[in-house]
Design a protein. Sequence first.
Length: 178
Amino acid sequence: MTIIAGLGRTLAATLIASAVFAGSAMAQDASEEQIKAARAAMDSLNATAQFDGILPQIAEKLKGTLIQSSPNFGEMINKTVDEEALALASRRADLEREVANIYAKTFSLEELKAIADFYGSPAGKKLLQSGPLAAREVMKAADIWAAGISRDLAVNSDKKLEAEISAQKKTEGEAPKN
């Protein structure tokens, strides 16, 4: 169940990212009630938190590039890029609107309400918090299980094949080779 939840969140993030780049053509048909429900679902999922670091990361990368080419102006570059980044921070609301529109178009009003209700509940919050850890542990258990199955399949098949080959050679009159 936790793997499915993790995959669902990954799918949601993928949908968000691809829709942001695809434009806002989908946004035109969503009602205000759908948008409101979508925002509630997004909030309960913390769906856009993973994008919080984008602007600061871009600003830091730009500062590094500019300082590398003009090291004598480091202080000025830092100040200017920080000011410009702060000026662009309000555009974060554009992403929130786009994501809300994507959710509103992807899920029905009832589904959005159910998503918000579940992920807003203690169980939903715990799933969001502990789901990735549980998914990693499940994958470890599956890897260990697969390794054991692989080993046992090889050993058991080898034993059975050796016995059958040995029996076949005996019936053909050959001495078995070990």
